[in-house]
Design a protein around this ligand. Structure first.
Ligand code: CP
Ligand code: NVA
Length: 310
């Protein structure tokens, strides 16, 4: 991939993003081809927040590539409390081959990457969730056959997932609309960067608070929790604000007839999405979850192997 780290999709060229998606499809189709790729390689997985998908897919992914992963939870290393981030980075650098980190502050991921010579993968920060977006775009590609020209409507909080989806859209030519309550727009600097990236592919990046404008004609309806990890204290207040933006059958009916429904999971049924929609034929949420495994194996291989992954 010709990058040391995988921190944001913004850092990839459209060609590199396209290649990553191709590798993800190949890894999924022929996992046996890569089963000895990382024998004797170890990944350290730092988690400041809970996880099901990210932890299991990275750990299983490393095993399937012939390597090994070590889980370092919040009580193990207490990032920045028991020990500073630069000291953790320089210690792990001497022992393992790769670091994956899920943090609150995005700055912690950047600092790990700065102080470790080995690759660092962003497994979610308050700002971005790039591994999720690669798996999501692999899923869209599988379901729709091509990406360029499609429209994805993200309904909910302009959060880490929304930011990474904008960058993925910008790099692949997928128009991204963020439909959110006022005051919950994506960060202006992320929107500006994504718009700048999108000039190369012609994709549009828009923000609206109007349901119809956000959803009509969309090929993909995507939502996420209203209160992200770390925002638990705001959860009750947010419920009232976000209620009109629930993805339910009426909202899905405003999108294209063959629109798919996506959610990074975990889902709060009855809040951001109804049971009816997440269990419907349009829902691809478990394909997305599965693709975390394949997409992240592709990311790991691209960082660890010299040259293009075949
Ligand atoms: N979608 C996602 O990242 O799930 P986890 O929080 O369970 O890892
Ligand atoms: N926006 C959510 C995503 C969880 C995978 C969060 O940060 O909690």
């Amino acid at each position: 991939m010709y990058h040391k780290d995988f921190i944001s999709i913004h850092d990839l060229s459209p060609a590199t993003m396209g290649h990553l998606l191709e590798v993800a499809l190949k890894v999924k189709a022929s996992p046996e081809k890569y089963e000895d790729a990382l024998v004797n390689h170890t990944m350290a997985m730092i988690f400041e927040k809970p996880s099901l998908r990210t932890r299991v897919s990275f750990e299983a992914g490393m095993t399937q590539l012939g390597g090994h992963a070590i889980y370092l939870g919040p009580n193990d290393i207490s990032l920045g409390k028991r020990e500073s981030v630069p000291d953790i980075a320089r210690t792990l650098d001497r022992m393992v081959d790769l670091i994956m980190a899920r943090t609150f502050s995005h700055g912690s991921i950047l600092q790990l990457a700065q102080f470790a010579d080995i690759p660092v993968i962003n497994g979610l920060s308050d700002l971005l969730h790039p591994c999720q977006a690669v798996a999501d775009f692999q899923t869209i590609l599988e379901k729709k056959g091509e990406l360029k020209g499609l429209t994805l409507a993200f309904v909910g909080d302009g959060n880490n997932v929304a930011h990474s989806l904008m960058f993925a859209g910008a790099k692949t030519g997928v128009n991204v609309r963020i439909l959110c309550p006022e005051g919950f727009d994506p960060k202006p600097e992320m929107l500006a960067l994504a718009r700048d990236d999108a000039r190369e592919t012609g994709a549009t990046m828009t923000v609206t608070h109007d349901l119809k404008e956000g959803v009509s004609g969309a090929d993909v309806i995507y939502t996420d929790v209203w209160a992200s990890m770390g925002q638990e204290a705001e959860a009750e207040k947010r419920k009232a604000i976000f209620r009109p933006y629930q993805v339910n059958a009426a909202l899905m009916a405003m999108a294209k007839e063959d629109a798919i429904f996506m959610h990074c999971l975990p889902a709060h049924r009855g809040e951001e999405v109804t049971d009816e929609v997440i269990e419907s034929w349009q829902s691809v949420v478990f394909d997305e979850a599965e693709n975390r495994l394949h997409a992240q194996k592709a990311i790991i291989l691209s960082l660890m192997l010299e040259g293009d992954v075949e």
